[in-house]
Design a protein around this ligand. Sequence first.
Ligand code: ZN
Length: 150
Amino acid sequence: MDYRCVKCGFRIKTLFVQYSPGNIRLMKCENCRAVADEYIECEIMILLIDLILHKPQAYRHLLYNVINRETVNLEGLLWKSTIGFILLDAYRSLLLRRSNEEQSSPMNFSSLVWLCRKMLKDVVFGNIMFLCVFLLASRFCLNTSAGVSR
Ligand SMILES: [Zn+2]
């Protein structure tokens, strides 16, 4: 597996050398001369806080040094999270609509099925439109900017 320095993104062979159990030495990056990944010794809460703060070092640690691309099925994970997101969004939309119509007539089974179909259709269509606009906008912005990178 290929690791990366969390400061500069330079490729590094190994992140630490273990001399004995619990006794490790963190490797330094050959490019920036800093410790390649100090999150190895940090607790998960510190990593979580840095992820919430959108620190690029925390994202590099998580994406390059923790998630192993050979063992994790990224495409399957993407599809599962997409379906989960759409179902949760439909549920949120259903709850918002029901709270607005709370004083209306009581629901029977056919109106509930009709409402769920309509919610799912609206959410799927809304998310597809959002993704299309987002992809077009990102493509437009990335083509016009000077430094295009992945
Ligand atoms: Zn570096």
